[in-house]
Design a protein. Structure first.
Length: 101
């Protein structure tokens, strides 16, 4: 194989990865729990961006339920993120599993 061809391919791969990183930073998914009483929005790198809790979800006598709802919403957001990343990778021609999906 010609070493120059390898460098060309490497340059294309770097450009593809750079584009992918930008898309990940801009990607937003929201997970919900408890009939939308709790929602968490994360970006493409699974960084939590916002948490919304409706007043009905707050019961001082049952903090454990609220904790469970927050955890469930975060898990839902992560599942949606993995599904979205799998679709995005296919459309960009990237190999499956590249971002842990």
């Amino acid at each position: 194989m010609n070493p120059m061809d390898m460098f060309k391919d490497l340059g294309k791969l770097q450009e593809t990865l750079r584009d992918s990183q930008q898309k990940l930073a801009a990607l937003r998914v929201t997970g919900t729990a408890g009939g939308d009483m709790v929602s968490i929005t994360i970006n493409g790198t699974a960084e939590a961006l916002s948490v919304k809790i409706s007043p009905e979800a707050v019961d001082p006598a049952d903090i454990e339920m609220l904790e469970d709802l927050v955890l469930a919403a975060f898990r839902d957001a992560n599942t949606k993120l993995k599904d979205t990343l799998t679709q995005e990778m296919g459309s960009m021609g990237l190999p499956k599993g590249m971002f842990g999906t």
